[in-house]
Design a protein around this ligand. Structure first.
Ligand SMILES: [Zn+2]
Length: 121
């Protein structure tokens, strides 16, 4: 599955969640706050940068592309009620996304929101 950046999508307000990991993994830059720095360095062990893109290593060792939240929501909407029209439960929906190699931190909450507000369910 290929994902293209959609220029019509507004900048991801939570994109800043990815930046500290990229700054640390690419330039070893850490926040000034020691606790934040320690947490970031610990969590960064799950991430890797490939060709400038951030990937998360899942517990099953699958590399998941850390995509912007808005792109993730669009993917969930397309798969849940779009052409495929699967109308599956949130956990199944998110499991499919993660197995396809996509990750974003609000995926579970986003899937629950989509299913809760779906007129077809
Ligand atoms: Zn539905």
């Amino acid at each position: 599955m290929e994902l293209d950046e959609d220029p019509a999508i507004e900048p991801d307000p939570l994109a800043t969640r990815r930046m500290p990991y990229l700054d640390y993994l690419l330039y070893e830059a850490l926040p000034m706050d020691k606790i934040e720095a320690r947490l970031l360095a610990h969590h960064a062990k799950s991430f890797v940068v490939i060709e400038g893109e951030l990937y998360r290593r899942s517990h099953t060792r699958i590399l998941q592309h850390y995509i912007p939240i808005e792109q993730g929501k669009q993917l969930l909407s397309d798969i849940h009620g779009g052409v495929c029209g699967l109308h599956v439960a949130p956990r199944t929906l998110v499991g499919n996304m993660f197995r396809q190699g996509f990750y974003w931190p609000t995926a579970v909450a986003d899937a629950e929101q989509i299913v809760r507000t779906c007129e077809g369910c």
